[in-house]
Design a protein. Sequence first.
Lengths: 310, 546, 307
Amino acid sequence: MLSYTAKRLGQTVFVLIGISLITFVLLQVVPGDPVALMLEKRADPETIAKIRHELGLDLPYHIQYYNFLKGAVRLDFGTSYFTKEVVSVALIRSFKVTVKLACMAFVFAAAIGIPCGIFSAVKRGKRIDSVVMVLSIIGVSAPAFWFAIILQIIFGLKLDILPISGFDGVSCYILPSVALGARYAGSMARITRTSMLEVMGQDYIRTAKAKGASRWSVIMKHALKNAMIPIVTLIGTDFGYMLTGSMLIEKVFSIPGIGKLAVDAMSNRDLPLLEGTVMYIAFVFVIVNLIVDLSYAFLDPRIRYGKGAA
Amino acid sequence: MKKRVSAVALLCAAAMMLSACGSKPQAPAETTAAGAAGTEAAGTQTGGESTPGAADRTGKIVRVAAVDPQVALDPQQYTYSIVMKITDNISEALLTTKGDGSLEPTLLAKMPEISEDQLTYSFELLPDVKFHDGTTLTSADVKYSYERLVKLTKMATLLENVEGYQELADGTADELSGVVIQDDTHFTITLTKPYAPFLSVLSTAYTAIYPHEACEAAGENWGMTTLYGTGPFKMDSYQTGVGVTLTRFDDYHGGAVKLDGVDYKFIEDVNTQVLEYQKGNVDYVDVDPSIYPVYSENPELKDQMHGFQPTGNYSLGVNVKTYPDAKVREAIALSIDRKAICDSILHGTATVPTSYIPAGIIGHDETLPEFEYNPERAKQLLAEAGFPDGIDLRVTVNSKYQGNVNIATAFQQQAKAAGINVQVETVDSAAWSDMKKSGGIDCNISNWYVDYSDPESMLYPMTKTDTNSSFWHNAEFDQLLEDGIATTDSAERQEIYKKAEHIMTREDWATTPIYNETKFYLLNPSITGFEIDSTFRMFWKDADIQ
Amino acid sequence: MKRTRIGFFNKQRQFEQDMLERGVEYEYSSFYADSLKQLKKNKMAMGCAVILLLLILIAIFAPLLAPYDPAYQDYTAVLAEPSSAHLLGTDEYGRDILSRIIYGSRVSISIGIVAQIVASLVGITLGSLAGYYGGVIDNVISRIMEIFQAFPDLIFAMAIMTFMGKGVLNLFIALGLLTWVRTARMIRGSVMQLKEKEYIEASRACGASTFWIIAKGLIPNCLSTIIVMVTLGIPNAIMYEASLSFLGIGIQPPTPSWGNMISAAQTFISYRPLYSIMPGVAIMITVIAFNIFGDGLRDALDPKLKT
């Protein structure tokens, strides 16, 4: 177990280095010069050269990258070219916003998705099952940004009951988290239903039923518990995804989260900020997957990682 | 085993949520001076959770929807118009340009005196003007601010005709020797050659005067955490992604200010900005002309929409390196249907220009015919130039400006009739700046507004730098521009700039104007005393909430 | 068999067990005939198949169906309300919205399909190489896959589109690069399992080339997986296109795509609601149809392969 974890963490470091290198190379090859953008109106070659020197952009590429790595090891990604804000400070600031949105969207998705999935599985083949499944597939299939705009119009403008932008206070997060959570709710309902159905066909459920246990107690106690593995796997990764910020939802609702930070950094070719953001997103992704894989082993004692694993 | 892990996982999740919910965005550093305002609550202030950072502000607060500039609020460093829209209310330049182009003293006791040879300007500052940090404005602050402008390089060339500019810019001197301080309120500025628009330059936001000690002490934080000026409002807080809050400066030299403050709320999406206006959460929002009918046909909103004509234009620039034959460039200029763009795409909010230099400044000529759409003539010109089968034209537009993309899309269809096959290429701002610099743009649509009400500000990008991406140079034109700034007589200057413009737009066809726009904004009807004129600057100094 | 790492979804393992139990013993003809029979029984999936067929026909015959040229700008009818002349009204250039939605199906569907072909080509190649050779090659390819997965997708797409220039062809490539990892993972798992089979051993003993073994011996046995992956990958690619166009980095004007229509219509949503709603509905119908049909296909071809 430990050796497996250590090995995975080792691979994570490799992945993070790879990602930082790709980001660095991408920004070198992608057309666009942050300095020209900063100077905008009166950019003359001498001024550009001067600013490039100040930012260390005139150094050879390998030295620039080495300098970046040296800082990154200490979680110091430098300062943004444009705002002059320290990148880690910007990340923390945006993370605070994103984590709120992610939590609310996650709670919304789980609170809707899992019960609907259970209900749908229990009422398999009935009309309500089809309705839930159709709704879930609509949830998965509607473009989130489009859904977001429609929500803004209906609840924000026509009914005037919820704020349509901003990020201060819980009510501001309702529409974005519904827009963001809808597709996750859909996929959670689907996975819950599938895995419940699988479990409910097993012998021990039939045994429990035969022993006279009440229907719902069988469902909640026996079936759900055993159906949890794939559900936990999915919602774990879903939460991970939400934590990396949603560029589209954040754009529509003007929420300054991680997604917006990443898009801004990319369109400004703000290398330090982009490196920091991309590394953060990749890190969350890799770690969440690792946690999910490990918890998977805990939840299902039949699975063991490490030497001699089959 | 199983249970323990799920319990741990639950705890973790709970902890995350708690920590997340506990970390509210910071409250603004201080609330509005309650003593001054406490009595009346503005009718427009809906309060509540939807006004980030302003929930506990009371009084007459105007809420302005804005796009997050993401940079220091320092026009000497960043030239985005949003930066100036904010800082114009915080810091002031020596002079102000009025809507009609005339100048009036702001921080000066009277208009400066100009020597016979047009080289030396003598200034007298108003006595006892206070900065927001409590210090008094002196000549030293003026000199410091101008030197800072030059050292920061971005807009330094504004002062290139001041004596000692080159030495300071090159780093061989550490002062701007042309600015000579007599005493705390008197100083002179000496130029190296006569420069007619000089006083207009001193009215721009780039030449705002900062308190030198505080500015020096703040260093890189100037415009981020600290920003002092002599203006009617002082900056309370500036939070990236949230907004800027300004409060009234009680010691303002220009008389009592009626508003208690101005909140700039950063709302990224322009559509969301307008939705917030309709909900009553902001009092001011910019409206793009492409959505003009949405509001002009809305009975509630149409009276809240106001327009102004900024001095500038939208134009089509052709790279002379790619299209060296002036006939081809003329054909391109003839193949854009300006009238259709003004009437249909822009819903009648724009007008077809007669000259590149817009109305309201020297050099504008309205006796000329409007630029025409004549695909037949364009075809003929192309044939004469050796392209009887037409040409391909790649039009590059900055995706940040949807208006430019719209024009390019319309142009694409219009140019077909002239045998010009237009390809629209949209790129982001960073790629755009880079391509512009490296000459990778064959044809572009861009807009330009004057920094000061003078034809020099309209035409200088054509000659001094290659920043307009057309790479066009013409010795006669360059000479006329030199003559233009060295001449002070308005009638003479009119002739000079008319001639220069003719060379550019009707002989060489390097750049052709497309339209002069009207910009619109929605303003809460309870706000009075606010107006934007052709200088395109937003002053909340005289505004009030009824 | 020693396995060094396990994907975080259990589907791969399930699939491997599944293949052990039943995989290659099946005769292709009867296997696919059985699957088809089963698919036909699934009414929802068949209904969606009909919708998909219709959508594809609409895309192919767009010039015949669309009442107007989708790029034609009628300056006398800018932002016209729905009428008999323009059933869904016109956009900000006076272009017929219905015609643009019809033509938009070409972009969305072809992008979905071609992007998936690109993804499959990359995915099958790398996945089978990793699975077949194992060891260092597998390690390297697996790390590359992880890097691609962990890289923020839209940022990657933005960078690729800015680097290569915008255009339909480049969008195909960018979306293919965004989505190949899923296919590669599946193929890698299957190939790993299959390569231990006797018949592969036999081919190897007979001196068959590696290419022959992979191309003829292994890939055909993964075909059902590939079909399912492609079908379920298409809606994914369609959504990506919409998202990228919404961010302004997708299809360039004047080509209509549902994504760039939603983006343009956002401004007019309270003024001409149909303009923004209809392209979204078109995306939804297409994506739903592909999803349900893909689910049905998966149930028929690979009953245990579930996500």
